[in-house]
Ligand binder design. Sequence first.
Ligand SMILES: C[C@](O)(C(=O)O)[C@H](CC(=O)O)C(=O)O
Ligand SMILES: [Mg+2]
Length: 289
Amino acid sequence: MKSAGSRFRAALEHNQPLQIVGTINAYTALMAEKVGHQAIYLSGAGVANASYGLPDLGMTSLENVLEDARRITAITETPLLVDIDTGWGGAFNIARTVKEMIRAGVAAVHLEDQVQQKRCGHRPNKQIVSKAEMVDRIKAATDARTDAGFFIIARTDAFAQEGLEAAIERATACVEAGADGIFAEAVHSLEDYQAFSEALSVPVLANMTEFGQTPLFTLTELHRAGVAMALYPLSAFRAMNAAALKVYQCLLTNGDQKDVVADMQTRSELYEFLNYHDYENKLDELFKQ
Ligand SMILES: C[C@](O)(C(=O)O)[C@H](CC(=O)O)C(=O)O
Ligand SMILES: [Mg+2]
């Protein structure tokens, strides 16, 4: 079996752009895999929000994110991209983060140039570290690779503060430092993506997060702009949250769930994704009366 990183590289080669979908937990990863997605994502915001009920402000740790990543890699071979925020510290911490991610069966990570007290990329008043410091982060990450296939994406949040040219310059420096891909965060237009992809020799990632700074471009539009990876970090999570809220409100208001049963995934659908019957048959076979 090829390493997770090599599987990610293969998926990237065969899908242009490669859709990378957020899977907030192991079960949603199973659903994404079974409907045919080739790459999945563990969002930093998602771990903070869903697993800890916290905002995406750099409050979760390496161990917190690893725990959620391991649950996903234990159940699916679909390559997983993980958001490692700022890498959780200096060069040695970043090296340890990369090694632990590889050990956990993760295929790829993105490491960003915000200060440790980071914010969501689509919020105002983000602060970034110097280009030199970001290059050091990337060098620490690429040097720590214990699997040559492991895919390291440098994310730059520089566009918001410093504009397109400076952001491309920073991205170029990250590529020179060994980054395998560039995540151009919170850019505004297809022309911006085009400029990144034309200037860089590595695949560019576009973040199609909803309710942010970037319009929700189609896959065809992104392809034309030279984008290689399209990320949907929290799309399913946002939809799940709205559905759950509706159920909680309905139970309170109506005193029963009849009005929302039609919105629910059925027991048999759930069992299908879980391969439930295979497990049950095995049990019957092993413990025949
Ligand atoms: C991609 C991201 O880093 C994430 O953690 O999922 C977020 C997504 C979001 O908050 O919409 C980001 O873009 O900063
Ligand atoms: Mg994030």
